[in-house]
Design a protein around this ligand. Structure first.
Ligand SMILES: [Zn+2]
Length: 354
C-alpha cells in the first residue's frame, strides 16, 4: 500500500517537477521527459556495491563503457599521491557542461554508487529521450575523487607529509579545502583538488554538484533529515552565479523530496573559498553541495537513490533548461538543519564541515 502511494506520489511529482514549463520562444521539440526516479529500474542491481573499492569502481565503469557502446567514456582526471587514477567518466556531447564530484572525503562513499548508476542510466539506454539528452549536455563525473582515502575509509587524502591548515599530520589533507581558485596550482599540495580545478578550467561547466555525507539530524517537525544542501556562500561568488546556484538548489530540493522522498534541509556551511561549493561558484558555475545523512544500513539504498535522483534531475533540468526557471527566492525557504539525532553520534560528525 505504502509503495503504491509512493508510486502515485512519484507520478504526480513527475508531472509537476519534470515536465517542462510551458514553452519559451524556441519551438524546438523536447521528447517527453523520463522520470528521474524511474530511470533507476534500467540499472543492473549488481552494478556497484554501496562503498566500492577503487578496483570495484574500475570494473563497474568498464562494464558501463562496454554496455554503452562507448557512449560513456572512461578516463582519469589525474593521479593520487599513491598513483591511483582519479576516475573521470563522461556522457553526452552537448554544449552545456555539467560536473559532478563524489567522495572527496574517502569515508563518505554513497555519492559514488549513485554516480555509477546515473552514468549507466544516462549512457546505456538509447531511446529518443536519451539521444536528445546527450545531444544537449555533457556530464563529467569525477567518481570517487579520493581513492587513497577510500581504501583507508578516511576523510583525508594520503599524504604523510601533510602540514598546515586543513591537514591531519601524518595522514593527509582535506581535499575539500584546496579548491581555492585564487591559489596558483604550483602552490596547491593536493593532487585531487588540482585535478578537479584543472577539469573545471578545461570544461567550464555551467553546473557543479559535489556529493558528501553528514551525520544524523532531526528536523523541527520531528522527522529525521536525510539530506542537506547548500549553495555558494562566499562573498567572492558573483551575484549571477549565486542566483543560478540557488535555482539549482531549488530544483534539487524539489526532485529529492518529491521523487526520492528525502527530507531536505539547508546545510550550515562556511564561507571559505577553498570549499568546492564556494570555489566553483566564485569561478562562475551554478554550484551545489549535497550532503547525504549517514543513515543505518537498511536506508543506504534510499540514500543512494536520493543522490541518483539529484544527478538525473539536474542533468534533465540542464538539458531542457527548466533548471533556470526555478525561483531562486525559494532557496530561502529550505529549513535550516536541526539538532543532532540523540544518541546517533557517528564517525561522520567531524565531517560536518562538509
Ligand atoms: Zn564530506
Amino acid at each position: 500500500m505504502r509503495s503504491k502511494l509512493l508510486a502515485a506520489a512519484s507520478a504526480a511529482a513527475l508531472t509537476s517537477v519534470l515536465l517542462a514549463a510551458p514553452g519559451t520562444a524556441a519551438a524546438e521539440p523536447v521528447p517527453r521527459p523520463v522520470a528521474a526516479d524511474r530511470l533507476s529500474v534500467l540499472v543492473p542491481s549488481d552494478l556497484v556495491p554501496p562503498a566500492p573499492t577503487p578496483e570495484e569502481l574500475r570494473r563497474a565503469l568498464g562494464r558501463i563503457a562496454r554496455a554503452s557502446d562507448g557512449r560513456v567514456r572512461i578516463g582519469s582526471a589525474g593521479r593520487t599521491n599513491e598513483g591511483r587514477p582519479i576516475r573521470l567518466a563522461t556522457v553526452g556531447h552537448g554544449g552545456t557542461r555539467l560536473l559532478y564530484v563524489t567522495q572527496q572525503h574517502g569515508d563518505e562513499p554513497l555519492g559514488t554508487p549513485a554516480a555509477v548508476r546515473a552514468l549507466w542510466a544516462l549512457g546505456v539506454p538509447d531511446t529518443a529521450w536519451h539521444r536528445w539528452l546527450r545531444s544537449r549536455i555533457t556530464v563529467d563525473v569525477v567518481v570517487q575523487a579520493n581513492p587513497d582515502g577510500a581504501v583507508r575509509n578516511q576523510r583525508y587524502n594520503h599524504d604523510p607529509g601533510a602540514s598546515g591548515p586543513y591537514a591531519e599530520p601524518g595522514v593527509g589533507y582535506d581535499i575539500n579545502r584546496f579548491h581555492n581558485p585564487l591559489t596558483p596550482a604550483a602552490e596547491n599540495p593536493v593532487p585531487e583538488s588540482r585535478a578537479v580545478l584543472r577539469l573545471w578550467r578545461a570544461t567550464r561547466p555551467a553546473v557543479v554538484v559535489d556529493y558528501h555525507m553528514q551525520g544524523r539530524y532531526l528536523q523541527p517537525d520531528g522527522r529525521e533529515t536525510t539530506a542537506s544542501i547548500l549553495w555558494p556562500t562566499s562573498p567572492l561568488a558573483g551575484e549571477a552565479a549565486v542566483t543560478a546556484s540557488r535555482r539549482l538548489a531549488v530544483r534539487n530540493y524539489d526532485a529529492m523530496r518529491l521523487l526520492a522522498g528525502a527530507n531536505v534541509t539547508r546545510y550550515p556551511g562556511g564561507d571559505y573559498e577553498g570549499i568546492a561549493r564556494n570555489a566553483y561558484g566564485i569561478l562562475g558555475s551554478a554550484s551545489l553541495l549535497v550532503e547525504l545523512s549517514n543513515l543505518p544500513a537498511d536506508r543506504v539504498e534510499f540514500q543512494i537513490r536520493s543522490a541518483f535522483v539529484s544527478m538525473i534531475a539536474t542533468a534533465q533540468g540542464a538539458a531542457d533548461r527548466t533548471l533556470w526557471r526555478a525561483d531562486p527566492a525559494r532557496a530561502d525557504t529550505v529549513e535550516e538543519r536541526g539538532p543532532e539525532l540523540p544518541g546517533a553520534a557517528t564517525a561522520l560528525r567531524r565531517a560536518d564541515a562538509a
